[in-house]
Design a protein around this ligand. Structure first.
Ligand code: HEC
Ligand code: HEC
Ligand code: HEC
Ligand code: HEC
Length: 177
């Protein structure tokens, strides 16, 4: 009945040894092969990340095939906005310098939704110094138009103040420039 003091000590040591051994076995079974090669992470992750195909271009990657849109876009207040934000990724459209697919071109209400993703006053996190916002439908009421108007009926999507500045010039409300 009961183990002697020595026996208990031996059993505890044995227990610790077995647990350490099982732990070691499971660790080597569960760890990915390349873990620890360079540091405390999976070395293969680096190669995998490098091999992910590039999906996006820059605005200049669009410019060479779309000189018409490029000229307008560069001259307007949207010059810093990414073409791909509004049209989708380069890789869906071009491969090896050839058009391979069609990019979505939004129309009507879809355009209004797109514009309001950036310009809605309700997005409180945006300060007016960074980006001008409008409250709808007040913005349309102020212009005294029907509330069914979409943004692109007054704003050029690629240079939003293009027509408005032109109209102001014609009516003499704005100096040239
Ligand atoms: C703020 C969003 C936005 C940005 C940024 C933008 N576009 Fe657009 N683009 C649109 C919308 C919306 C239309 C369709 C409606 C229109 O033309 O009024 C359009 C139309 C076009 C069309 C004509 C498509 C057709 O078949 O009628 C081309 C080509 C185009 N954009 C290319 C570009 C390029 C290139 C850039 C970057 C230099 C760019 N866009 C930047 C929103 C944008
Ligand atoms: C290798 C040339 C090439 C490049 C680069 C290119 N496009 Fe195009 N794109 C075309 C051609 C060709 C058409 C069809 C004719 C047209 O509308 O001018 C087209 C059409 C479009 C259209 C109308 C819808 C469609 O797919 O037919 C949009 C929008 C557009 N391009 C946006 C872009 C954007 C944004 C970029 C950059 C991310 C880009 N393009 C880069 C050649 C190109
Ligand atoms: C990705 C975010 C984004 C989208 C989408 C976007 N804009 Fe803009 N817009 C900007 C930024 C940034 C500026 C430059 C900062 C500014 O002046 O507000 C700007 C400028 C403007 C201005 C000039 C404001 C001023 O300074 O007087 C107008 C008007 C405008 N955008 C209308 C539109 C319309 C209409 C659409 C939809 C076709 C649209 N924007 C889509 C980000 C965006
Ligand atoms: C009926 C024409 C019309 C429509 C439709 C319209 N706008 Fe405007 N917007 C204007 C005019 C005109 C101005 C310039 C007002 C000024 O200079 O006092 C303006 C100014 C702006 C500004 C700059 C505001 C500022 O504080 O300086 C933004 C941003 C804007 N519009 C976004 C939009 C968006 C987004 C839509 C669609 C939801 C839209 N607009 C629809 C006519 C319109």
């Amino acid at each position: 009945m009961g183990f002697s003091y020595k026996m208990r000590l031996i059993l505890v040591c044995l227990g610790i040894f077995v647990m350490a051994w099982v732990g070691f076995l499971f660790k080597s079974l569960l760890l990915p092969d390349s873990f620890g090669l360079y540091g405390h992470f999976r070395a293969d992750a680096i190669t995998e990340a490098v091999e992910v195909p590039v999906r996006h271009g820059t605005n200049s990657s669009c410019f060479k095939c779309h000189p018409f849109e490029a000229k307008i876009h560069k001259a307007g207040l949207h010059s810093t906005i990414s073409c791909e934000f509004c049209h989708g990724p380069y890789a869906d459209h071009v491969a090896v310098d050839k058009k391979t697919g069609t990019l979505p071109v939004k129309t009507g209400k879809q355009i209004t939704t797109l514009c309001l993703r950036c310009h809605n006053t309700q997005i409180m996190a945006r300060s007016e110094e960074v980006i001008k916002t409008v409250a709808m439908p007040d913005h349309l009421r102020n212009q005294q138009v029907k509330l069914t108007h979409d943004c692109n009926q007054c704003h050029h999507v690629h240079a939003p103040l293009k027509y408005i500045n032109r109209a102001k010039q014609i009516t003499g409300l704005m100096e040239k420039g």
